[in-house]
Structure formats: structure tokens, C-alpha cells
Design a protein around this ligand. Structure first.
Ligand code: SAM
Length: 278
């Protein structure tokens, strides 16, 4: 993927702060009910330790098409000493030859939104399922907030304007894909269009309340820094950019390094899908 900066450290920081979220999602996914699992678009592999822990007899493959993500996932898995129970491999959701399966469970979290034609891509993932297999797709939910409405500087409600700017960046990113197909519907309909039966949908909170740990504070700082210096900046007006600079000023007693009212709150939606009964 062409990004203006690497997203891998940002995703790894998210992973480290998401233990409760990943435990809850893994309990719902129930990997132990399946003999073989593919986590496609696994990124730096944050979910793999939770899957492995919950399903000691399941063979798990994490796959991604990005080398930096694969290196990070491989180091993480190596540190867990799980032997060949968890493998990390190069794989492309759009290449039916990579990890052809069949798998009893395929997980694709925050991956399908990268695909130029999501319906087609999901159909290709469904083709890797065993006849009674399940596909878990993680997409949508609620945008993640970290700032209170009133900051004491600039126009109130900066967080919702950052979310709007982030949505605009995402739309711009999709437009730059080769032959993007714009979806006209939400994910349940997209999944049905790919020939899947949506059995159950559940959303999980990412909830790190104030006051946050140093690790969460560092993550919030780097997220805001990316908004200020990355592709999102073009969708922010100068007043909001100046407020971000004020927040990121280490000498500011009301900046992110000192505030006691920072938090992390978001939600991730998971869809459990089956193949239609034949
Ligand atoms: C936002 S990250 C999500 C990582 C992880 N699944 C998570 O939930 O944190 C999206 C990942 O999907 C991968 N990806 C995007 N398109 C892909 C494709 N066609 N095949 C394999 N991986 C892909 C990217 O390289 C990236 O690591």
C-alpha cells in the first residue's frame, strides 16, 4: 500500500492498548470451534496471540501482502514460541492461489475496506471457506475519539471535525485505488451481495477511560501528530490545525502531554457470515 508514512507502528500501539477489546472479540469469534483459521490482512498480527491462546488445538495462519506488517507479525509470533501452530505468510486477498484453503474460519478485520471492489474481494475470500466454514469481517463501528468537546482553545468540537477530515482522507485514498468500485450500501448488504449469509453482527467497545496511561497518551499524541502532518491535514481548516499545534506543544500545560481528560473510545463491528445452504 502506498502511504505517506508507515501505519505499522500506529497499529502496533493500538494493538498494545486493545487487550480487553481483542479478548472480547476473540471470545465471540470462538476460534476453538474451528480446526483451521486464516487471518487475512493480519497487519502486525495483533489478534494472533489472542486466537492462539483461545484455541490451542487450532492451526492458525496470519497473512498480509505488506512486508513491513509481515516482519512485525513474524517477530510477535516468534516471541510467543508457539511452534508451527501459528504461521505468518505472505498472502493476498485477491490472489486465490495464496492460502487457497479451505479454511474453517477466515477473519478479515479492517482489510476489506482497502479492496478496490469489496464485493468481488469478499467473494474471493468466501471461496477459501470449507462448506460449513465461517467468514468474520470486521468493518465499521464508531470512529475513535480521544479529546473532550471543550479544550479551552479554538472552536469546541475539534474531535468530530478530525473524524470528518479522516473520512475525507479515506474517501480520497479509495479514489486513488486502481479501478475502485464505490459501494452504495452498508457492510451487511455488501456481504450479502458477495453471496454470504450474515448470521450475527456485534460491535465491541475500545474503551480506555481518562486519565490514561503514559502509553495511551503517547498513542494519542502520535495519532494527533499524524492528523497534523499526514494526508488528513488538507481536510482541516487553519484554525483547527493551529489548535492541534497548540495541543501538541510540549510546553503547553493544557496540551496532550499534561491533560488529565484524554481518553480512547471507539467501537468495532464484526459480522459472522456463512455460505448459503446448498
Ligand atoms: C488497517 S490494517 C488492519 C490490520 C489488522 N487486521 C487489524 O485488525 O488491526 C489493514 C491490513 O490489510 C492489509 N491488506 C490490504 N489489502 C490486502 C490484500 N489485498 N491482501 C492482503 N492484505 C491486505 C494491509 O497490508 C494491512 O496490513
Amino acid at each position: 500500500m502506498a502511504h505517506e508514512h508507515s501505519w505499522v507502528p500506529q497499529i502496533q500501539a493500538t494493538d498494545r492498548l486493545s487487550a480487553a477489546l481483542y479478548e472480547a472479540m476473540t471470545a465471540w469469534i470462538d476460534p476453538a470451534a474451528h480446526a483451521t483459521v486464516l487471518d487475512i490482512g493480519c497487519g502486525p498480527g495483533g489478534l494472533l496471540p489472542y486466537l492462539a491462546d483461545a484455541a490451542p488445538r487450532t492451526h492458525i495462519v496470519g497473512a498480509d501482502h505488506d512486508d513491513e506488517s509481515l516482519d512485525a507479525a513474524r517477530s510477535l509470533v516468534a516471541s510467543l514460541e508457539l511452534g508451527d501452530r501459528v504461521l505468518v505468510e505472505h498472502g493476498d486477498a485477491l490472489d486465490p492461489g495464496s492460502q487457497p484453503g479451505p479454511f474453517d474460519l477466515v477473519i478479515a478485520r479492517k482489510m476489506a475496506h482497502h479492496l478496490p471492489d469489496q464485493v468481488d474481494g469478499l467473494r474471493m475470500l468466501a471461496a477459501r471457506l470449507s462448506p460449513r466454514g465461517r467468514l468474520i469481517v470486521g468493518e465499521g463501528g464508531l470512529p475513535t475519539s480521544c479529546l473532550p468537546f471543550e479544550l479551552g482553545h479554538g472552536r469546541p468540537g475539534l474531535m468530530s471535525r478530525l473524524e470528518a477530515a479522516e473520512s475525507a482522507r479515506f474517501t480520497g485514498m479509495r479514489r486513488e485505488l486502481e479501478h475502485p468500485v464505490t459501494s452504495r450500501y452498508g457492510w451487511n448488504v455488501v456481504l450479502e451481495s458477495a453471496g454470504l449469509v450474515v448470521e450475527e453482527t456485534k460491535s465491541f467497545l475500545w474503551d480506555v477511560p481518562a486519565p490514561v496511561s503514559d502509553e495511551a497518551r503517547t498513542h494519542i499524541r502520535s495519532t494527533l501528530q499524524h492528523h497534523l502532518t499526514g494526508d488528513t491535514r488538507q481536510y482541516l481548516n487553519d484554525e483547527d490545525a493551529a489548535t492541534l499545534e497548540w495541543l501538541l506543544d510540549a510546553a503547553n500545560p493544557d496540551g496532550v502531554d499534561h491533560r488529565r481528560d484524554l481518553f480512547i473510545l471507539g467501537a468495532s463491528t464484526l459480522y459472522r457470515c456463512a455460505l448459503p445452504a446448498s
